[in-house]
Design a protein around this ligand. Structure first.
Ligand code: PLP
Length: 367
């Protein structure tokens, strides 16, 4: 069913943001990460927007990669979680996928398979403790794969940084060192940098010889990954991201407010002066964060206005005191052009990634 709230998608923003990634790490090939339905923008939409300009596309799971092949995408595909079982190993061969291998259970499947995988990536756990082999196991993993005939077209190396959005964090140096030391003994490509690591200058972060690949995700969609507030970002490529998604919804009612009147469930917000509230047809069922507090910015007719009171299921309230001309039918922007999603996320105590992926499947492009 079509909801009052809607999203507009800006494909040229994706391509622009990818060019920012390339500026941050010149001559580094880029896997554009489009997992989680292209961070909520749509898997195929993101693939279509990025395919020509990317060196390859990265998804989490084999099923996503298969959907891309079914849609006719013929370029390089990286599967960040690798195959889950034997049938997915076979699918990697059939659909020419480059799996990331991170666990010995996957090596068991690869040894049992009747096919070989020409190109594989080995994920090293250098301190994130999410996916990956211990660095000390690297030689054994490489030997097992090669003995089974895998990786003859390339045996590549990858790790993932836990604290790249805080470049000064001491864990970064520890992880980069561990990666460089471990992979120095092996040929093959290397890959370290997500968006935050690209901004930190670690496109070739492992400092080991070899070709490095970047893995930008969130920055392609126009959200800055840094842990500093968006309004404090420096000039230059850092501030030059464009939103790929704008979420808008109409004002469907206004109410005059006398001093002392409250707004919404729990009466958590009280007017201290005469004013006016606008009710916007966007709520937590549409993917707006329910915990966004009073004061979270909403863009009304080009002006930032504070959200007031609790977010409802399919409505929220905005203080219209600063925009006397605003009226029923005007569309307000919840995030996107004119209001970076990370500002809304920060106010709501979450991250841009969550806001973007939560509108997936809820709102349709349009209006
Ligand atoms: C999601 C993901 C990325 C992209 O991260 P961003 O922070 O969105 O840039 C890169 N590498 C891996 C392994 C990932 O899971």
């Amino acid at each position: 069913m079509r909801r009052a709230a809607s999203i507009q998608l800006h494909p040229e923003a994706l391509r622009h943001n990818l060019s920012v990634a390339r500026r941050l790490a010149p001559a580094v090939p880029m896997w554009s990460v489009i997992k989680a339905e292209g961070y909520g923008h749509g898997l195929l939409w993101a693939a279509q927007a990025l395919a020509d300009d990317s060196d390859g596309l990265a998804v989490s799971q084999v099923c996503e990669a298969r959907a891309l092949r079914a849609a006719g995408f013929e370029g390089a595909l990286l599967v960040l979680q690798g195959p889950r079982d034997l049938s997915e190993v076979h699918a990697c061969t059939e659909f020419d996928l480059q799996p990331v291998l991170h666990h010995s259970a996957q090596l068991d499947h690869l040894e049992a398979a009747s096919v070989v995988l020409p190109v594989v990536w080995i994920k090293l756990n250098t301190g994130m403790n999410r996916l990956g082999f211990e660095p000390a196991q690297a030689p054994k993993v490489a030997t097992r794969l090669q003995a089974a005939g895998h990786g003859q077209g390339g045996l590549h190396w990858m790790t993932h940084m836990a604290c790249a959005d805080e470049p000064e964090h001491p864990q970064n140096a520890r992880q980069l060192d561990a990666f460089a030391t471990t992979v120095a003994a092996f040929p093959g490509h290397r890959s370290v940098a997500n968006s935050a690591a690209l901004f930190a200058g670690w496109g070739r972060g492992g400092a080991a010889a070899g070709e490095y690949w970047g893995r930008p995700g969130i920055m392609l969609y126009g959200a800055h990954p840094a842990s500093v507030p968006a309004e404090h970002l420096p000039e230059g490529p850092d501030g030059d991201l464009r939103p790929a998604m704008t979420v808008q919804a109409p004002i469907i009612a206004t109410q005059p407010l006398a001093p002392g009147s409250t707004v919404g469930y729990g009466a958590t917000w009280t007017a201290d002066a005469p004013g006016r509230v606008g009710i916007v047809a966007m709520g937590y069922a549409d993917g707006y964060p329910r915990h966004a507090p009073s004061g979270t910015p909403v863009l009304v007719n080009g002006e930032l206005c504070p959200l007031i009171g609790r977010v409802s299921m399919d409505m929220l309230a905005v203080d219209l005191s600063g925009v006397p001309a605003a009226q029923v039918g005007d569309r307000v922007t919840l995030w996107g052009e004119g209001l970076p999603v990370e500002r809304v996320a920060r106010a709501a105590g979450t991250i841009s990634y969550e806001l973007l992926t939560r509108v997936a499947d809820r709102l349709q492009p349009g209006n």
